[in-house]
Structure formats: C-alpha cells, structure tokens
Design a protein around this ligand. Structure first.
Ligand code: PFF
Length: 438
C-alpha cells in the first residue's frame, strides 16, 4: 500500500483521541482497580506509575515512530525497516497472537458491560443491595448463554467499525465520547469520596505498604502498564502508521500516557472508597467494578441517568480499544497475506469469537489468555521494540523521525539510553523475577 492511499488521522487532536481511545478502555476502569486490589494497593500504584513514566512512554514513542517511518502494519514495519533482521518479525507475530488472546477475553468483559448497560437502562441495578449486586455478578458471569450472546454482539460491533476504516470509523467516536467519560468518572469520584468510610479506600490506594511488593506484584504492575497503554504488540505502531509527518510523536506519547494514567487513577478513586464503604473485598477480582459502582449509583442523585451513561460509555471505551486490537490483525492479514479488508475482518472476528466462547466456558482459559498476554507477550514485545529502536534504528534515524514535524525534540539522548539499556534490562529482570526464574 503506498503513502497516498493509506488512510490517516486528520490532525493533532484526532491522533491523540484515537491513540487514547485505544489506551483508555476496560484496562483502566475494569482491570486496573481489581489488579490494584489484588496486589495490595498503594505500593502497587507507585510501581505502576514508575513503569508508565520510565518504560511505558519510551516504548510508546518507539512504536509510534516504527509505524510512521515504515508506513506498514507491525509485521511489515520490521520487515521494511530492517529487512536483514528477520528476528524482529517475531514481534509482529507475537503481536498478532496477543491481539487474538486479548480480544478473546476483552470481548467477554465488554459483553458484561453490555449486560450492565441493559440492566441499567431497565433500572434493575438501583434497587439491589450490596450483597445482591455481588451475587448477581457471580451468577451472571458464571452463566454461559447471556455472556456468550453479549460477547458476540460486542464482536459484531467491533468488526463493523473496523470494516468502516480508520478515519471514519475510529476517530469520529473517540473525539467526542472520551471527554464525556472523563467528566462522568470525575463526578463518580466526588460521590464516592463523600461516602461514609471513604477514608479507608483512599488510604488503601495512596498509602504504600512496601511489605506487599513481591516479584509477582512487580510483574503484574509492568503487565498492567503495557496492557493499559496498549503497547508491546503493535497497536500503537499500527496507529503510528496512520499519523502524518507534521505531528510531534513524543508529545503524542506523553499526552496519551498522561490521559490513560489519569483515567486509571480516577477509576481507582471512584472505586476504592466505595469498596470499603460497602464492605466489599478489594481483592474480589474481575467482578470488582461491577459489584462496587452500582452501590455508588444507588446513593447519588441522578443515579439512574449516571448508571446508564457510565456503562454505555464503558462499552464505547471498550469498543475504541477493541477496534485497535482487531485492526492489528486486519492490517496484518490484508497487507501481508493479501486478504481483502472485509474478508480479513470477518475471518479474524469469527476466530476471536470462538476463542471468546472458550473464555466464557472455561475460566481457566480466560485467566490464561489474560496472564499470558499482559505479563508475558506484551513485556517481551516491549523488549524487542526498545532494542530495535535503540540498537538497530539508532539515534540519528530516531531523531530524524521524532523531528519530522519540523521542530527540535529534546531528551533524545536520554530516550536512547532507556531504549538501549534501561528498558530491556528492567523488563527482562522483572519478567524473570515475576515468573520465578530469578
Ligand atoms: N489498552 C486497552 C485498555 O486499557 O483497555 C486494552 C488494550 C488495547 C490492550 C490494545 C492492548 C492493546 F494492544
């Protein structure tokens, strides 16, 4: 595909909105709070923030520039930029594999959010007690038919947007809806903070207890950082290939990372005070958001409207992330294997739907996909991406690409040190420690 016929984002805000649309999703609002809850709270948050700043942003810039320089899907990108280094094509393959795995369990959770939207619209959430909400979630998520149907509907919506193409499909929705989601979360934070017993939740989230930090906690934080920023598997590289030369990639990466982190932390602030106020176990796992937030809606004025708006926007946040995942597979199928876009989309979405059914039926498959993609494939992808830009592309080309918009970019020296040494060593260490090999 040549430059002219390649679809592109229309401008600065469009680029940030689309990349932030990929980054902000269930990872922030569903996964982040429950992973924080399972890993002891404040200390996890600190480690997480450190990873975002020191490793997440550099890897995100790297992906953006790999994509924009090559104008290719993630697999083709490495092939174009370093034709004599076939090893790096592994990243492309791992990325496509991770997209399949993530989308399989992601669409199941997105299906839960559809069910909750439906429940919220019918005003069925607001009259449940905290205990009833917990058992409702348990019964629903352990049933088969409902979750499978909602998951299929979600995959269908994802595929429909991807068939529509990048600019028309993805950019249009994110630009308007993400800011509305932010406003709703802030309002939820205020309401949650006013609950009796909220202080305990704040202490849990913000007062670090370092005795809780173990190798596996650190690996979870790293995995969550990669998952939340959508990095390590080529989504951001694929989006980078749709970004015009006039955009400043470093600023884009920083803005997207800040927006993503802000939403995750705000989700934590909305959830943890309520978790403690309503006596929910912070380590309740994947049901945490679904069991907690309806209690907050119950207590607030306008609870009905907020509950509908919140779950609906969560569905949309999930959609803007799931389209980015499917796009990785579709770009690969269509550009490398020569499939037509529509065919590629239908084939990929169908296979993922089948994997999603497996996730519904066997919770061990769900957990396996979740753990393997976030804590293994994405960090490994991150190592390769950092090494590729640091050692193979090198400083001059990196600088050229980062300054292609015509301005000067500072910190390229520091970025190169991080990419060459700090990120690969740190990720490698955390990875080996986390899986118990060190
Ligand atoms: N970052 C998305 C979220 O936080 O919901 C999920 C995700 C999208 C992960 C794309 C990985 C990815 F490549």
């Amino acid at each position: 595909m040549n430059l002219k016929s390649r679809d592109s984002f229309s401008g600065k805000f469009g680029v940030i909105a689309a990349a932030a649309g990929s980054a902000v999703g269930l990872g922030n609002i569903w996964r982040f709070p429950y992973v924080v809850g399972e890993n002891g709270g404040g200390a996890f948050l600190l480690v997480y923030l450190l990873f975002i700043a020191a490793i997440g942003i550099p890897v995100m810039v790297s992906e953006l520039l790999i994509g924009r320089r090559s104008q290719k899907n993630v697999f083709g990108a490495f092939k174009t930029l370093a034709p004599d280094k076939p090893l790096f094509m592994i990243v492309g393959i791992m990325g496509v594999g991770a997209a399949f795995m993530i989308l399989a369990f992601y669409s199941v959770v997105a299906g839960w959010t559809l069910e909750y939207t439906y429940m919220a619209i019918g005003n069925n959430l607001l009259d449940m007690s905290s205990a009833q909400l917990s058992s409702f979630f348990k019964n629903f998520s352990e049933s088969k038919t409902g979750p499978v149907i909602w998951m299929i509907i979600f995959m269908f919506l994802t595929a429909a947007i991807v068939i529509g193409g990048i600019k028309k499909g993805i950019e249009r929705y994110t630009k308007i809806l993400m800011p509305i989601l932010l406003v709703i979360i802030i309002i939820l934070c205020v309401n949650s903070a006013m609950l009796e017993g909220a202080g305990e939740g704040f202490a849990f989230l913000f007062k670090p207890d370092f005795s809780k930090v173990t190798g596996s906690v650190i690996l979870e934080a790293l995995g969550q950082a990669f998952f939340s920023l959508s990095i390590g598997m080529g989504v951001i590289a694929t989006y980078g290939s749709y970004i015009q030369k006039k955009e400043n990639l470093l600023n884009t990466a920083i803005s997207v990372s800040i927006a993503d982190t802000l939403i995750a932390v705000l989700a934590g602030v909305a959830i943890f005070p309520a978790v403690f106020a309503f006596n929910i176990d912070p380590s309740a796992g994947p049901g945490l958001v679904f069991e907690t937030l309806p209690n907050v809606f119950n207590q607030m004025t306008g609870g009905y409207a907020f509950s509908v708006a919140f779950f609906l926007l969560l569905v949309i946040a999930a959609l803007t992330s799931s389209v980015s995942l499917l796009e990785v597979v579709v770009a690969y199928f269509s550009e490398e294997l020569g499939m037509r876009r529509v065919v590629a989309t239908i084939v990929a979405a169908s296979v993922i739907t089948l994997l999603g059914v497996l996730c519904v039926v066997y919770s061990s498959v769900f957990k396996f996909f979740d753990f393997t993609s976030s804590n293994i494939l994405l960090p490994l992808g991150g190592i390769f991406i950092a090494i590729f830009v640091g050692w193979i592309l090198g400083k001059q080309k990196t600088k050229d690409e980062l300054e292609a918009h015509g301005g000067k970019v500072r910190f390229v020296g520091i970025l190169m040190i991080i990419l060459k040494v700090v990120a690969p060593v740190a990720i490698g260490f955390v990875f080996l420690k986390g899986i118990g090999l060190l």
